[in-house]
Design a protein around this ligand. Structure first.
Ligand SMILES: N[C@@H](CCC(=O)N[C@@H](CS)C(=O)NCC(=O)O)C(=O)O
Length: 300
């Protein structure tokens, strides 16, 4: 299985695409409940108000994320092969995950950051001992994550985080500025190549992983006004990369004694900042668990 995965990861990163983005001149302001029209009106109204709105918004969001305003959630038990299904297609919105899957973590973190704990129910599945109903009655691709919403089921983490961001309440996690949208799209669609480069290096060419981390360092250097990929604004781009960076950091430190943040100050600051965010923190597992899974996949 590990070998099969490795072959599939052998793709090149589109490094050149990053160079095609010049400096971005406009500020991006995201506010809870903003529509595109609100954003454009605000932007046109006055760019000095924009600057203070931006600061206020950033402060509120980070205070919410860092403080006890975020409820500590009691996580539901994992469903294995003998577990009954929940009452499927009864109108409840459910997010099917595995607690240790990085793709699922993207969607779980998006749900938490948007404050949707009461609107989207978590249903953790045991991937090693999957209940038959999951594939047969719910999601034939038989992978996590998947989302049951409005009596339909869909999958693919990058689609799901965009879907949740645009169909549910909570702070907007995608930019409105066309140039930032384009940059965000390039980074999100580069994430599979990034992950592949790093995964393939676990067995072979380590230089591929170093180049991939440099790619991220360069991307994080684009905007100087904050630690995230789009600057001060935490976005879906950060959610796309964070679960993988987390695992790579722990695994490489443990197995290869390699610190991916050394000599990459932007990456170091990014990871530190994401780890501080309470709703994200609630999706993290013990690093030993990640290391164990990756050891099994790549070293045994
Ligand atoms: N491209 C999918 C990948 C999802 C995925 O590979 N999930 C893994 C767990 S981390 C899975 O469900 N594997 C089960 C299988 O492949 O049978 C996404 O982004 O959601």
């Amino acid at each position: 299985k590990a070998q099969k995965r490795n072959d599939q990861f052998d793709t090149e990163l589109p490094f050149a695409t990053l160079d095609s983005f010049g400096p971005f001149l406009r500020l991006t302001i995201f506010e809870k409940g903003d529509t595109d029209a609100d954003y454009i009106t605000k932007h046109q109204r006055n760019s000095s108000t924009a600057s203070s709105t931006r600061k206020t918004r950033a402060t509120i969001l980070s205070a919410t994320m860092a403080s006890g305003l975020v409820k500590e959630e009691v996580l539901p038990p994992v469903l294995g092969s003998s577990a009954e299904p929940p009452p499927l297609f009864d109108g409840t919105t459910r997010l099917y995950i595995s607690y240790t899957c990085p793709y699922a973590q993207r969607v779980w973190a998006t749900r938490n950051i948007k404050g949707l704990q009461d609107k989207i129910q978590l249903v953790p599945i045991n991937l090693q001992n999957r209940p038959d109903w999951y594939k047969e009655k719910l999601y034939p691709p038989n992978k996590v994550p998947s989302l049951e919403h409005n009596n339909e089921v869909q999958g693919e983490s990058l689609n799901l985080i965009k879907y949740i961001d645009s169909h549910f309440e909570g702070p907007s996690l995608f930019p409105h500025d066309p140039a930032k949208i384009e940059f965000a799209e390039v980074l999100m669609s580069s994430s599979d190549s990034f992950n592949s480069a790093v995964f393939s290096s676990f067995k072979g060419d380590e230089n591929k992983a170093y180049a991939a981390f440099d790619f991220v360092e360069t991307a994080l250097s684009k905007f100087e006004d904050g630690p995230f990929f789009l600057g001060h604004q935490f976005s879906l781009v950060d959610i796309t990369y964070a679960p993988f960076l987390e695992r790579f950091q722990h695994f490489l430190l443990d197995v290869k004694n390699y610190d991916l943040t050394a000599g990459r100050p932007k990456l170091a600051a990014f990871i530190e900042e994401v780890y501080k965010m309470e709703p994200y923190k609630q999706t993290r597992r013990d690093p030993e668990e990640y290391i164990g899974i990756l050891r099994k996949m790549f070293l045994e």
